[in-house]
Design a protein around this ligand. Sequence first.
Ligand SMILES: [Zn+2]
Length: 243
Amino acid sequence: MQERLHMSHHPGTDPPPFEASVIDVTDDSLILSQSYCYPRGGGQPGDTGLFIHDGIGRGFSETLGGEFIRHPVDEITDFSVGDEVRCVIDGERRNRHAKMHTAQHIISALADDLWGAETVGNQISTEYTRIDFLFPNRDEYDSETLADAVNSVIGSGTLVSVHEWPRDAVREHEHMRHTNFMERIPSFITELRVVEIEGIDLCPCAGTHVGSTNDIEPIVITNVKSKGAGKFRITYQFENETL
Ligand SMILES: [Zn+2]
């Protein structure tokens, strides 16, 4: 059994260094007894970082999901089951993903409120994020309206919190967004992690988030591209990083 510590770590910024035992070694990855690493999923990249083992540091590449969190390392033969390792996550990269991802919640929520736009895909990186929207009428969309609405939430110091709620309460809550995918979650999972941006968004999510919208910089929408009937792909960055 592996403890997924990122699930109870909120705000999901500045993940602490941690010690863990190697419980399995695959062809290219370590499985640890516990991990604060976020495994790639939901458009958010996995974490990267460093293992310290026998006094030597070895980098690990983007952590991946599945039944266990997998930590890919180049020198896999240097590790054995039972080894104790210290793990240091690249905190700067994680913090940027947490900011980008929390901004994505706000943008998706407001595009839904403003135009009934459904988020049908997203891809986050440290520099920019893309979200694909399906609109009932995409001619109504306006980037300036969306960016202004998003930035007024970002500057408002709104609390971002995480809850564990029974599955039925999540499905039946009248303000819950993005419940379509719940059919794919195995029925033995009876509690779901719900992320709330007070008065703005409420949805099941396993990603990493900041604790307050004040922790995000204002965004600017840098590109809008057609992705087929009724769809736009919008790209945003943090305003202070655009040239
Ligand atoms: Zn999230």
